[in-house]
Design a protein around this ligand. Sequence first.
Ligand code: BTN
Length: 266
Amino acid sequence: RSVQVMDSVSKPLETYLTPFGYQIYQYDRVSSTNNLAKEIARKSIKDHVVVIAETQTHGRGRLERTWISPHGGLWFSIILRPKISLKEALRLTFIMSSTVAETIKTTFGLETKVMWPNDILVEDRKICGILTEAITSKDSVEFVVIGVGLNANLDLDSFPENLRETVTTLKHELGYEADLKALVLSLLQTFEEKYKQLLQGRWTSLLKEWKNLASFLGGRVAVTSFDEVSRGEALDVGQDGALLIELDGGGVKRVIVGDVTVEVQL
Ligand code: BTN
């Protein structure tokens, strides 16, 4: 069971406007930047606002998981008010994934991959996760909050032992600490370009960009969805964002919610 901890919308430490029109609210410590962004969005008509926090006391991952958020990570959430359907809002996760993967590659020269539905990997370990939440009223999307959790300037030992095999951090890969303020600006700028393309109806080419980073496609995967594990070959990700698997036992399965791990055959 998840307990929602509310932030009173307190004053940020610092606010600034980016040249491409995002208003940044920098906080020290919040419960979760997604929660705070939702609070702000509910109480205003603000758009293109970004909530960044140094630490989160109740960082949330997908499927009600806890997201460990110590100092040194990059934890932020974007408020957007696109005129799109709930189905289309799913696409924002994909364009944010490509954004993070491309930006890490061009900024630091690290090879990156995306994993369905919302992870970014370096050396096959998770470096970033995305949690997109859409708030709807009467079937239309009122606003969307896109939360990004990037394991940036963290040591691996800030993670519990059981995670150290499957996660990585920018600092661990690079051997130095990244400039997070510059990083957030390039992430937002690249995201904004893709977001504009999405609103111009260019989803097919945006999905293609994501697929070019999805090296698990064509390979063997194990997908856990609602506690059920399916094994087979990852065939494709459809226009609707669903993962298609050719099952070992025959037949094709469409998965909408789940976790994928790549299976290595020995
Ligand atoms: C996942 O991989 O399960 C998604 C993780 C998303 C974590 C980020 S950190 C910033 C934002 N605030 C949250 O509470 N979660 C997202």
